[in-house]
Design a protein around this ligand. Structure first.
Ligand code: ADP
Ligand code: ASP
Ligand code: MG
Length: 437
């Protein structure tokens, strides 16, 4: 019997009713031995996630405002879960300790991490599983980079001594003992770390949709579920906005080739999406696996006649990296290059950055375009089929949308197009209906 590791997201653990569903899922199979829990998420669409409530407390304390009201609401959320589950269990000592730490200006990450810490304690109590604090298993280097080797060794060693356990997601510890979190949605990474450490047969990631869908269900009406997807395709889609799984969550399980199964806590009978290293006998499915997109980009276009391309491009890119601006794409023409960057990273630095580019490469012109959306069309079969790019462009063109940039990854796993933000959803819908009949 191969061990299964399960991660439950915030909406799967948002209230007592959801806790009961989770317990039923866990108890259905004895192989479901290790459970990673998120903080309570939204119970309804206008609700606030506990993680966001904790960030609010941090900001209130930093501004020397009272946290009494805000913190009482957090206590209330947990106490309601405890009482509705009928548990004879109190988190009062933990609440008092955390509140005191916030008032003493504890770190932002420590405060945010308490959402999963407290929720995991309740879940462990409810399931009758051991509680293992992630601060004893998950480690970061001094520079904030995740220490995969030390983490794997420690997690494997600790869990070998526990038959069944709940581990809080989202955080680990720095060499100096302070708590550090992954980026938002990071409990997915913790689940993957635990799966690798116990050499699980499968990592089940339980959420509020029946798997990875071919497009964002908030933008496209009832998109189809993707049955099988490769790690690489998943990463492309996740990075480009399909946030159902954190884009870095595949790394811990990748080497051990452990498959990830995205499942719906509210519909456990659905088989969900299987994320695998490679797909054998790849017949039947569409040439496009999924479509994702993000808004909030700018393009900087730099023109210079008869530029020496190699040094020109490298100088321009260095100007941007020196200003800590991420470079998303670099489409080039004969005498031009465009650099696509996140608008929020460029904001306020435009003049400095342009001056630096002028100093280093003396361009003929620099132009800036804001309000750009990027759409990624991803599919492992694109490499073997012709005409996919043509179909993407035709679909967008027929919808009356102008394409501002095109970039095809050299792996031929994706085609990226840039359009004006105002036309983002129209373009997305056009591509979806071209490939999904
Ligand atoms: P959890 O709290 O369980 O980790 P998330 O909110 O992080 O859940 O991720 C699930 C959500 O991701 C879905 O409710 C859905 O709105 C959103 N989402 C965006 N793109 C996709 C997609 N392509 N497929 C499925 N869900 C998607
Ligand atoms: N609770 C954290 C967040 O809201 C981590 C997670 O849910 O995965 O981002
Ligand atoms: Mg998530």
């Amino acid at each position: 019997m191969q061990t299964k590791v399960l991660k439950f997201g915030g909406s799967s653990l948002a209230d007592a009713k959801q806790f009961r569903r989770v317990a039923e899922i866990v108890r259905t199979e004895p192989s479901r031995r290790y459970v990673v829990a998120s903080a309570p998420g939204k119970r309804f669409s206008e609700d606030t996630k506990v993680t966001d409530m904790l960030y609010d407390c941090y900001h209130l304390a930093a501004e020397k405002k009272s946290i009494d009201g805000a913190f009482a609401k957090i206590e209330e959320r947990y106490n309601q879960i405890i009482s509705e589950l009928g548990l004879d269990f109190s988190l009062q000592d933990e609440f008092d300790k955390i509140k005191m730490s916030i008032l003493h200006h504890a770190g932002r990450d420590y405060i945010a991490s308490r959402g999963e810490y407290l929720n995991s304690m309740i879940l462990a109590e409810y399931l009758g599983y051991d509680f293992i604090d992630a601060e004893n298993c998950i480690f970061f280097f001094e520079n904030g980079v995740f220490d995969s080797e030390k983490t794997n060794e420690a997690t494997a060693e600790i869990l070998s001594r526990h038959e069944r356990a709940v581990i809080p997601g989202f955080y680990g510890v720095m060499p100096n003992g302070t708590i550090k979190t992954f980026s938002r949605g990071g409990s997915d990474i913790t689940g993957s770390i635990v799966a690798r450490a116990v050499n699980a047969g499968i990592y089940e990631n339980w959420t509020d949709v029946s798997g990875m869908l071919m497009a964002d269900p908030r933008l496209i009406d009832s998109p189809k579920t993707i049955d099988v997807i490769t790690y690489k395709e998943l990463r492309e889609l996740a990075y480009m906005g399909a946030t159902v799984l954190h884009e870095d969550a595949i790394f811990p399980v990748m080497e051990a080739k452990i498959p990830i199964n995205i499942r719906n806590t509210n519909k456990p009978e659905a088989s969900g999406t299987l994320i695998v290293p490679t797909v054998e006998n790849d017949t039947g499915s569409s040439v496009v696996t999924g479509i994702a997109g993000k808004v909030g980009f700018s393009t900087i276009t730099i023109e210079k006649g008869q530029m020496n391309k190699v040094s020109f491009i490298s100088e321009v890119l260095q100007c941007l990296t020196r200003h800590k601006i991420n470079i998303e794409h670099v489409p080039t023409g004969i005498d031009t290059i465009s650099v696509v960057v996140p608008t929020d990273q460029l904001k306020g630095k435009e003049e400095e950055v342009f001056a630096s580019i002028r100093r280093h490469v003396s361009p003929d012109a620099i132009t800036l375009n804001d309000s750009i959306a990027l759409i990624a069309v991803v599919g492992r079969k694109m490499v073997k089929s012709t005409g996919t790019a043509g179909r993407v462009f035709k679909a967008i063109g027929s919808a009356g949308v102008n394409i501002k940039m095109i970039d095809q990854g050299s792996s031929e796993l994706n085609i990226i197009v840039a359009v004006d933000e105002k036309e983002y959803i129209t373009a997305l819908k056009a591509i979806y209906s071209e490939f999904v009949k």
